[in-house]
Design a protein around this ligand. Structure first.
Ligand code: BGC
Length: 497
């Protein structure tokens, strides 16, 4: 597995830390010498028991997801799932033409993209993008600082436009803005931030229209561009995937955070008043990260949640997404080191550092096929300061596998819950034919074991026959193009083509 340049940002999921063999110059700062060490076997056994995702547990999660979706569609605040109406009621047709921009803020990176669309014949003529990382200072700064940063990145990128990209004279550049946090959508091009997730704690944005925040920042810079669609990343992914494949009905993100959206019938949305779409359908953003019903949780999950900046919130996200899997494993290893005799007599200082062990580290350890688990040993040493023998390394791999298996299987159960709900409302819509779930996010993309566990759960729950028709397809970076396509279909020049 290739291991590119180091990235220390908490929460993003890239395979991105290089691990050398243990260096003798490593500072051997240690604390808390234990007495009376015991075997760690019971800690592992209890963990496996508490994280077990038997078929009845998975079925319960799928059923509860479907029930929570219904309750969230019935009334605002009806369940943990917000079931946000996206105001996207027509999906890309292929006829979209012209130059559009997309702006994507969703995790530790922010991305700008432009695409020249050529209609049914030429489809995507050209794309270009740039990506910038969002620093911790910005994640904990003020709303103005964040939006000024975004607007200036956009301005620099727009200045480099040329070549195959062409804007007819007299037109303003239009943007599809992918904003991947829970937003109470007010129209296709406006929406109020409900709360930050994924470790963001920017002050002054919650309760405000994020498009207005961006417009103000663009005005401060004298940048004349117009947001014509505000979309969640799941919605962008669904639109991007549907452009190529009419069978796409659901989109899921499994990356730093997690979420899912799907195509819903208007008559199945009791809380929808006033906005009736011509197509009779609307994309609903579930915000499933907030789901919590019947999840197999452990003491480590509860402690991590209590220490988080949003205790009691985003419990599904904290159990299955890339930002948290490494941290759960770190907490288990800390307990094993404090109470057991696995890693010698003292607890390394580094191991007490929250979020120091990242999900890409777990992934790299799980890919280690060497006889002595050498990669596991060097990651334990370089990242959390643990010296390990072979049996300790094997236990660590088991811990990673337990947490990753639970995450992947629960994600699979969530997907089945959505499909089940859609099928119950319209028999034959989902299970009688090919149905595609478009999937994006680094966790799904880069973690083979996670992907396998997710697929296993879907197959176990649906049975082999039905699950053959349910295709989970990786739609890489589809949300950028999807947002640009939605900007095109909501363009103020739409009728001028
Ligand atoms: C956000 C969602 C987003 C998901 C994936 C969650 O934390 O609440 O809006 O879609 O992360 O990026």
């Amino acid at each position: 597995m290739s291991v590119p340049a180091m990235s220390t940002t908490v929460g993003s999921f890239h395979l991105s830390r290089s691990h050398g063999t243990p260096s003798r110059s490593f500072p051997r700062v240690r604390m808390a010498v234990r007495s009376g060490a015991v075997s760690v076997a019971p800690i592992l056994t209890n963990l496996q028991k508490d994280c077990a995702t038997s078929l009845p547990v998975l079925s319960h999660v799928a059923d509860a997801m479907a029930a929570d979706m219904r309750a969230g569609l019935a009334a605002d605040g009806g369940s943990n799932l917000k079931m946000i109406l996206s105001y996207v009621d027509s999906l890309p047709s292929g006829n979209e033409k012209g130059l559009f921009y997309a702006l994507d803020l969703g995790g530790t990176n922010f991305r700008v993209l432009r695409v020249q669309l050529g209609g049914k014949e030429e489809r995507v003529i050209a794309t270009e993008f740039e990506q910038v990382s969002i620093s911790q200072e910005l994640m904990f700064g003020t709303s103005e600082q964040l939006f000024d940063f975004i607007a200036s990145g956009l301005a620099k990128f727009a200045q480099k436009e040329g070549g195959k990209f062409h804007l007819p004279s007299g037109r303003m550049r239009e943007i599809g803005f992918t904003f991947s946090f829970p937003v109470k959508q007010l129209s296709i091009d406006s929406g109020m931030l409900i709360k930050w997730t994924k470790g963001f704690a920017v002050s002054g944005t919650a309760g405000k229209d994020v498009v207005a925040c961006l417009n103000e920042a663009m005005e401060r810079l004298g940048l004349e561009m117009r947001v014509s669609a505000l979309v969640n990343d799941t919605v962008g992914t669904l639109a991007g995937a549907r452009y190529w494949d009419d069978d796409v009905m659901v989109a899921v993100i499994l990356g730093t955070g997690t979420n899912a959206c799907y195509v819903e019938r208007n008559d199945a949305i009791p809380k929808q008043t006033g906005h009736a779409s011509a197509s009779g359908r609307t994309i609903v953003n579930t915000e499933w990260g907030a789901f919590s019903n019947g999840l197999p949780l452990t003491v480590y999950d509860r402690e991590m949640d209590a220490a988080s900046i949003n205790p009691g919130e985003q419990i599904f996200e904290k159990t299955i997404s890339g930002m948290y899997l490494g941290e759960i494993v770190r907490r288990v290893l800390l307990k094993m080191t404090e109470e057991g005799d696995l890693f010698g007599k003292s607890v390394p200082v580094k191991l007490s550092n929250p979020f120091i062990l990242r999900t890409p580290d777990l992934c790299a350890m799980q890919q280690d096929s060497s006889a002595d688990l050498q990669t596991v040993g060097s990651i334990l040493y370089s990242v959390v300061g643990l010296e390990s023998n072979f049996s300790a390394r094997r236990i660590v791999v088991d811990v990673c596998d337990t947490i990753v298996k639970r995450g992947g299987r629960l994600a699979g159960a969530g997907i089945v819950g959505i499909l089940q709900k859609m099928e119950e409302d319209s028999r034959g819509l989902i299970f009688g034919k090919r149905t595609v779930v478009a999937m994006d996010g680094g966790l799904y993309e880069n973690y083979p074991q996670y992907r396998r566990y997710l697929q296993d759960a879907v197959t176990e729950l649906l049975g082999t026959e039905i699950s053959k028709n349910v295709v989970i397809e990786h739609s890489k970076d589809g949300s950028g193009i999807g947002a640009a396509l939605l900007a095109a279909s909501n363009s103020k020049y739409e009728h001028e083509f």
